[in-house]
Design a binder for this molecule. Sequence first.
Ligand code: AMP
Ligand code: MG
Length: 349
Amino acid sequence: MDTKIAIMREESIDIEAIKEAGKVISKGGLVAFPTETVYGLGANALDEEAVKKIFEAKGRPQDNPLIVHVNDFSIEDLVEEIPAVAKSAMEKFWPGPLTVILKKSDKVPLATSAGLDTVGIRMPANAIARSLIKEAGVPIAAPSANISGKPSPTEVSRCIEDLQGKIDYIIGGDHSEVGLESTILDCTVIPPCILRPGGITLGMLKSIDENIYMDPGIMKKPEGDFKPKAPGMKYRHYAPKAPVKIIEGDLQKTIAKINEMMQNYIDDNKRVGIMATEETKSQYKAGEIISLGSRSNLSEVAQNVFEILRTLDDSNVDIILCEGFEEREIGIAIMNRLRKSAGFDIVKV
Ligand code: AMP
Ligand code: MG
């Protein structure tokens, strides 16, 4: 399949290209596009056949539901009801990196919700994404625009790498502003529960309802008969080719441990990638060292984490050692993605 590619900036949208891509969506095709969280792979959320193509192109497991992206607040057609707390969350955090889970209406095909009677809905803030939804004239179901299992794309080059030849259209924009997928808030339960941490933090959500809490399964390794409430959480995710190990604990001890582990791998003729920070990068003696950003700016770390996992893949390292981060605010989402990318291979110091 020929994949058309159009690159633009959020401040200077190529409206002709967006109209063309919108038509692709409304006719049942697939379009990758930028959002502020990560790049999405979109299809008409109301067209079962179109949605099935997303699962094929990504190699996505059939029981992993898609998030429906909308361009305005009138989502009544898509859902059975909108509880007051969901309405408040939407009003406060839309457009933005928050997905609300609601009871779905019959209009949303089971292919989109992966057989569930609920649906995740989000209004993105990115102007290119908004413009595409508007031109398509339908809500757009879109998971991340990567081959299933790989780190999510935050740059268009990664969508091209993964999906060129498999989808109809790729729209490029800037590097994703948040860099991690949306926060998922289940509003079908009382109190609402966070199923996946993201750019809208627990603290921010507590301003809507102080009883909102984080599903305790979020930071646990899915094993045995553990059934995560967000079906996607049970799969291997965000994983580069090389195994990842997270070293967590006191920072000085972390640096010492990484240097020690690195030396052992080097003695074994292994190439080691190190995910460091501005504050620590000069303290590593060898290895492919990449800084995720400053520890005093966790938003920057969030922005870079997926792209750096992919960069280390490109440099063909055999093992990736990564520092842990403080679990507060967006740090919770960062640690959730890092631990999953490591398959919960964690070294505590
Ligand atoms: P992705 O866009 O690839 O990050 O995947 C969307 C994520 O949202 C998946 O991990 C799903 O588990 C989650 N999700 C989407 N819809 C629902 C739903 N109705 N209930 C629970 N989780 C959902
Ligand atoms: Mg994904």
